[in-house]
Design a protein around this ligand. Sequence first.
Ligand code: FES
Length: 223
Amino acid sequence: MSTFDVAIGVGPAGTAGQLRGPAGVPAHRSGGAGEHGPAGARRQWLVAATGVIGGAGLLASAWPLLDSMEPSARALAVGGPVTVDVSDLAPGQLRTVLWRGKPVWLMRRTDAMVRALEQPNPVLADPASKRSEQPASCANATRSVRADLFVAVGVCTHLGCTPVLRLDDAALNAELHAPGGFYCPCHGSRFDLAGRVVQDVPASTNLEVPEYRFLSDSSLQIG
Ligand code: FES
């Protein structure tokens, strides 16, 4: 079960005991009237108590809702890890899942795709991903734990559009020397099948690779 924090607003907690009467005597002992008398102190106490009860009520009412969710939906709601089965992912196929509100791609790469990624390509802006975000386990040419499976956040590093996978774009394939790449239709940024950006396009860094780990040959956990 994932955990989450709920901040409870208590209001002016503790202030009732600091109220002062006209002669510097604590109001609750001065016998004064209005905000500084017993009635005022009681009012302050009631405000604080209502805040606590309201916060506790909110937590109590939210918990059954979270507890009733399916594990995957609950994980999404609280930003926890997401488990994905990739056993049926065909070569060249890309699947998108949501993680922390972001689209995350899982793509099965073919041997030809992997071979192309392992060749130096001078058109790439950051071929070794030195300026880009990926876990240490993915700091390699394919930017992945396993060469046949690519995992990346499908959000362009320019202005946040979603690039599209193109396998039959002759111009893109010629530029990347590969059987496919990603194209961002918003402003024309292009990425290879490891999410590495091409030089002289609006995006300046490679696509983000999130933390993930394999749970078995056919499933992995993102986050
Ligand atoms: S958002 Fe991708 S190129 Fe502008």
